[in-house]
Design a protein around this ligand. Sequence first.
Ligand SMILES: NC(=O)C1=CN([C@@H]2O[C@H](COP(=O)(O)OP(=O)(O)OC[C@H]3O[C@@H](n4cnc5c(N)ncnc54)[C@H](O)[C@@H]3O)[C@@H](O)[C@H]2O)C=CC1
Ligand SMILES: O=C(O)[C@H]1O[C@H](OP(=O)(O)OP(=O)(O)OC[C@H]2O[C@@H](n3ccc(=O)[nH]c3=O)[C@H](O)[C@@H]2O)[C@H](O)[C@@H](O)[C@@H]1O
Length: 499
Amino acid sequence: MQNLQADTVYNLEQAASSSPVRRICCIGAGYVGGPTCTVIASKCPDITVTIVDINPVRIAAWNSPPNPKTGKLDDLPVYEPGLADIVQTCRGRNLFFSTEVDKAIHEADLIFVSVNTPTKTSGIGAGYAADMHYVESSTRRIAEVSTSSKIIVEKSTVPCRTAASMRQVLEANAKPGLQFDILSNPEFLAEGTAITDLENPDRVLIGSLPTPEGQLAARKLQDVYARWVERKRIYTTGLWSSELSKLAANAMLAQRISSINAMAAICEATGADVTEVAHACGLDKRIGPNFLRASIGFGGSCFQKDILNLVYLSESLGLPKVAAYWKQVIEMNEYSKERFARKVVSTMFNTITQKRVALLGFAFKKDTGDTRESPAATICKLFRQERAQITVYDPKVPHHQIYLDITEPGVIDDTEAAKKQVQIANSAVEACAGAEAVVIATEWDEFKTLDWEAIHASMKKPAFLFDGRNVVDAKTLRKIGFRVHTVGRGPEIVDPVWA
Ligand SMILES: NC(=O)C1=CN([C@@H]2O[C@H](COP(=O)(O)OP(=O)(O)OC[C@H]3O[C@@H](n4cnc5c(N)ncnc54)[C@H](O)[C@@H]3O)[C@@H](O)[C@H]2O)C=CC1
Ligand SMILES: O=C(O)[C@H]1O[C@H](OP(=O)(O)OP(=O)(O)OC[C@H]2O[C@@H](n3ccc(=O)[nH]c3=O)[C@H](O)[C@@H]2O)[C@H](O)[C@@H](O)[C@@H]1O
């Protein structure tokens, strides 16, 4: 907590409560802006929240009507458990989705900038640096259309010191006499658990300038969160610490996964069991039990992007050793995916050409339809190169998205080729029928309770099962007759004591 005297706190409290936030605009109706501002609307019925986006298709989906059969909002652009019910309660009351970006900016007294910050694909820093184009164009729009002072909140994950660039853009372009206070308020939600993470966050982080204006703005944003988050969990820092904390948190989380995956490789070679190793390490309070699940590798839109961003930042600051340290987390992740795919091929007698492989799960984790950087897509592409016949099943990912993710942009007729090589099934059972191997790439709960006996009966023999997420009970499946390979455990134990 920044050091404030008691009377300063009191004055801030008074000043903030005399002009509280009434109208919020969120620029960017994606995986973060949509759920975050929906939860704010549900917790603060007196605040009008308008989520805007330049993508009319996305906004139309946020405004889509309930399914006439179920009465539920089944067509929202983001799938998150619990989200549709909250949208249904708040939409049209104090929550609005719109393409009228300028109008919402103009009316708001607080604006979240929640646009995408992907890795640059060309130009300086390509492959590493964050593409700040969307943040800058949103900032320019705010400067252009604002006729009143506003609090601007960085919600997107951004490189350290982005607030200083935003400030310059605003000051150079806004109408004279207007004040813009910039805050950093990074989002820590994880997909699939976004609503519970937002409703009960470990912490809310708010970074501001140490000026009276900066602290007043921070207090106003604290007052919004304090409607449902205990004040002691709302942590205020300087702007640069807040911006960097987001990159640091993601880098450390990803580092844990790469660490356990590195251990998984050693386990497979020695006969140790990575689940036991993770449990034993996690019992140490200093290490803790969470986020130590060995897997085919991490996916998702942010871990890789944010570490690359950190690598770029470190390089730019003349810190090559620091850059190399973080880069290794990504290299280990690439190695984990490739190692898993290699194991599938080598186990199946060094060829999967023309063999039917069922790929269960395509999202980057369970309980989301998001496929960005999904390890399943990497595995599927590698299997395509091996000329396997693949059948994919995922309960949430739209079929067209799967084809988009497994084709190479710019390769002529690749979609046609992919459609011949990769089928999409409507159930796991359908995907596995006639297959020679089942590969589990996402830890969907339903895979734990499938009728594996029936699936085994429907497959070619020997029936292989490669569990990239360690979700199924390997012992039971071996009894059924599967040849099971998991991550971080040796192969089937022949001699139970010495193998
Ligand atoms: N996806 C996640 O779970 C998390 C993402 N983040 C960060 O939040 C930011 C947003 O991520 P997502 O929501 O996943 O991205 P997203 O790609 O789902 O959504 C971003 C939206 O911003 C819109 N947009 C871009 N420029 C715009 C403009 N000038 N005006 C209006 N709309 C504009 C895009 O059309 C898009 O719909 C990123 O910086 C990301 O790193 C942070 C925590 C979690
Ligand atoms: O900035 C972001 O975008 C978000 O990134 C992650 O959230 P998310 O990517 O949605 O999901 P995670 O639960 O972190 O999983 C990421 C990947 O790691 C994998 N994972 C996770 C945990 C684990 O023990 N092992 C493992 O392989 C998951 O399967 C998934 O592919 C962070 O957990 C969030 O705090 C952060 O806000």
